[in-house]
Design a protein around this ligand. Structure first.
Ligand code: ADP
Ligand code: MG
Length: 160
């Protein structure tokens, strides 16, 4: 299933993130969320809002240079990952990817590693639209489907 949501401003990107957290398990271990969209489309804004909603109080820097920013949350780990500088899937090993698999993974530029899509749960695509953004959220797994069905208040969306 795919839902489209118009996001006229940064607050609505953050609201979508909070709605998705509300539909995710309290311990989202192993969930893989892919974040697509051009530079500045709001991928890091979304990831930051997810981490905040799970209670992370500190700064959430962009992982552009570190590639992986780890977050220790009550009962689980989360990883904010940026694959922009990754040339192909073979380099995931260098990132220690297999050590991240039990965490909630929020991945920017996932298209660098096409193999990631098969094992993912949700794909969020952000596009520029007027001054705001258009989000397309699509399920990539059974539990992703269930999450989208349980999303509250998608009044601005349609379900094709
Ligand atoms: N729905 C939206 N409408 C307009 N601006 C937005 C929206 N969501 C986020 N922004 C703004 O767009 C920029 C997104 O930056 P960032 O999240 O770092 O993008 P990315 O990680 O995709 O490169 C920020 O300046 C943020 O304030
Ligand atoms: Mg970013």
């Amino acid at each position: 299933m795919t839902v489209k949501v118009t996001l006229p401003d940064q607050e609505s990107t953050e609201l979508l993130a909070r709605q998705i957290v509300a539909a995710l398990p309290d311990l989202p271990a192993g969930w893989l969320v892919l974040l697509e969209g051009e530079l500045g489309s709001g991928k890091s804004t979304f990831a930051r809002a997810v981490l905040r909603e799970y209670g992370y109080p500190g700064p959430v820097p962009s992982p552009t240079y570190t590639l992986v920013e780890p977050y220790s949350l009550p009962g689980f780990d989360a990883y904010h990952i940026d694959l922009y500088r990754i040339a192909d899937g073979g380099e995931l090993e260098f990132l220690g990817w297999s050590d991240l698999e039990n965490g909630l993974r929020l991945v920017e530029w996932p298209a660098r590693v096409p193999q990631l899509y098969a094992g993912s749960d949700l794909l969020l695509t952000l596009k520029y639209a007027d001054q705001g953004r258009l989000a397309e959220l699509s399920a990539q797994s059974e539990r992703g489907e269930e999450l989208i069905r349980n999303l509250p208040g998608l009044s601005t969306s349609y379900r094709p």
